[in-house]
Design a protein around this ligand. Structure first.
Ligand code: AMP
Length: 312
């Protein structure tokens, strides 16, 4: 039997760069799976997908403060670094490097943010105020960042695009794998890579679900047993909508209304429920081409997102 591979753990960005350069010098192709840790089978499925495309693999574990607003859950985001390493080692073929930087916004010249109006966690950069802080360069994907999750999380995708750019510059991968669970994020990164001429292939990998259909998420750990049961209404109602659409019910409003009703009846609070074009993410009224039905809903204090692709 194959011995589990112990990954090299790199915390320093210069060391990370050197490793990637040495791999390139040996002619090896590099795959990157960016994560915020507290790994589950969904994350591991991205690593398995990466195995199909490159020869060596980096998983980054970094909770990016730049994508959280002050009122969001940065301080309670779950972590279990040792558990994460064990999970990564359980995947056949494993991972070569776990890149686990302490603070990717600390430039070492007394430039760390003062936390004013932003997030104060171990001196990390404020994600809200641009002025007067050490970090002031942000990447924006102007239209795609605005809809869906961007409506209630206005700085979220600016933070995502910026950290993904930083990771791409540090790790210099040939391929990066993102989950379709975060559909808008996957599309936005794909657009950014095209628009900014990154020489990186972006792969969208399918959603991994629990046996009962709940999309796996690091945040599920914060659901009570009761909330978790209620949250099953998301996938159930989305699956019903998909079946109905594929049977010929192509009016988006009707499908959206019945999903909203099911989730609210179960006790969820809808953030958004939209049927959008799979690529442009623009809302569609009638389903006549491939779409994706995207949902964000609160169960208790936990905001869950999910989606289902529907072919016309
Ligand atoms: P996160 O750690 O939540 O930032 O997620 C890191 C990556 O894993 C992102 O590309 C997510 O889309 C992906 N991911 C998270 N949950 C799932 C899931 N249930 N199925 C597939 N991919 C996922």
């Amino acid at each position: 039997m194959e011995q589990p591979k112990q990954p090299k753990i790199i915390t320093d960005k210069n060391e990370m760069r050197e490793w990637s350069r040495s791999m390139r010098a040996q002619g090896k192709t590099i795959g990157l799976v960016p994560t915020m840790g507290y790994l589950h089978q969904g994350h591991l499925s991205l690593l398995r997908e990466a195995h199909k495309h490159t020869q060596v693999f980096v998983v980054s574990i970094y909770v990016n403060p730049g994508q959280f607003s002050p009122n969001e859950d940065l301080s309670t985001y779950p972590s279990d670094f040792n558990g994460d390493i064990n999970k990564l080692m359980s995947v056949p073929g494993g991972v070569d490097v776990v890149f686990h930087p302490h603070n990717l916004y600390d430039y070492g010249v007394g430039s760390v943010g003062n936390g004013e109006g932003g997030v104060e966690k171990e001196g990390v950069v404020s994600c809200v105020k641009d002025g007067g802080l050490g970090h002031e360069t942000w990447v924006r994907v102007e239209r795609l960042e605005k809809g869906l999750c961007g409506k209630s999380r206005p700085i979220f995708f600016r933070g995502v695009a910026t950290i993904v750019t930083k990771l791409f510059n540090i790790v210099d991968p040939d391929v990066a794998v993102f989950g379709k669970k975060d559909y808008q994020q996957w599309r936005l990164v794909t657009r950014m890579v095209r628009d900014l001429d990154f020489s990186i292939r972006i792969i969208g990998s399918e959603i991994t679900r629990e046996k009962d259909g709940l999309a796996m998420s690091s945040r599920n750990v914060h659901l009570s047993t009761d909330e978790r049961e209620k949250a099953l209404s998301i996938n159930r109602s989305l699956s019903k909508a998909k079946d109905a659409a594929e049977m010929g019910q192509i009016n988006s409003r009707d499908l959206i209304n019945s999903v909203i009703e099911s989730i609210q009846e179960a006790g969820g609070r809808i953030d958004y429920a939209e049927i959008v074009d799979q690529e442009s993410l623009k809302a569609v009224e009638k389903i006549t081409s491939p779409v994706v039905f995207c949902i964000a809903a609160w169960f208790g204090k936990v905001r869950l997102i999910d989606n289902i692709e529907i072919s016309s």
